[in-house]
Design a protein around this ligand. Structure first.
Ligand code: SAM
Length: 188
């Protein structure tokens, strides 16, 4: 079977190297639960995954998916914005996933926004343990626009390089605003 180069699979392959059984992780944009399920698989029976989404439908879809996969016990789902993450999660985490934009199959007008996304990233970074990773799938163009991408990239560019490693990937030869996979690794 060939490898998938969809943005989420690409990020998963990278992120899983940073997670070991028993770890805590955060899915900052639960959506239909694909990323939450992936994290639950990585943390194993003794780990924990906190997942956030502002939409009830997203939380319901995620809960259903995790139940079917047998992962509900290792997950905690919050119908809340990731910009409030710090008031819900107390543990250090080894990975935080952001997959920005709108719920696939849902209302495209309910999407992540520049201001809350930057704040969510900031709070997620604070939760990361040394050697932990944050993955960001950033979209732009069409009904998404460019404001969120620009705000996130501006924020990431200014991070202290002694403390954070920021890796920007790009689908260099794809046209029409390809998604942008970004990794942020805590060095100390
Ligand atoms: N990770 C998901 C999956 O595997 O199916 C896909 C996520 S989808 C592209 C983006 C999600 O972000 C939507 O479900 C949307 O409701 C959610 N969202 C929008 N603003 C949010 C916020 N401030 N905090 C948390 N989730 C938010």
């Amino acid at each position: 079977m060939g490898r998938s180069y969809q943005i989420t699979e690409y990020c998963h392959r990278f992120v899983k190297e940073y997670i070991t059984e028993g770890d805590c992780c955060v899915d900052a944009t639960a959506g239909n639960g694909g990323d939450t399920e992936f994290l639950c698989r990585c943390v194993g029976r003794t780990g924990k995954v906190y997942a956030f989404d502002i939409q009830k439908t997203a939380i319901e879809h995620t809960r259903m998916r995790l139940k079917e996969a047998g992962y509900i016990e290792r997950s905690v789902l919050f119908q809340a914005g990731h910009e409030q993450m710090a008031s819900y999660v107390e543990e250090e985490v080894s990975a935080v996933l952001f997959n920005f934009g709108y719920l696939p199959g849902g209302d495209h007008r309910i999407a992540t926004r520049a201001k809350t996304s930057v704040e969510g990233v900031r709070q997620g970074m604070e939760l990361l343990k040394k050697g932990g990773i944050m993955s960001l799938c950033i979209y732009s163009g069409k009904d998404t626009g460019y404001e969120e991408k620009e705000a996130l990239l501006n924020f990431l560019k200014r991070l202290d390089s002694k403390k954070w490693l920021v890796i920007l990937n790009c689908y260099y030869n794809r046209e029409n605003n390809p998604p942008l996979p970004v990794f942020v690794i805590r060095l100390k």
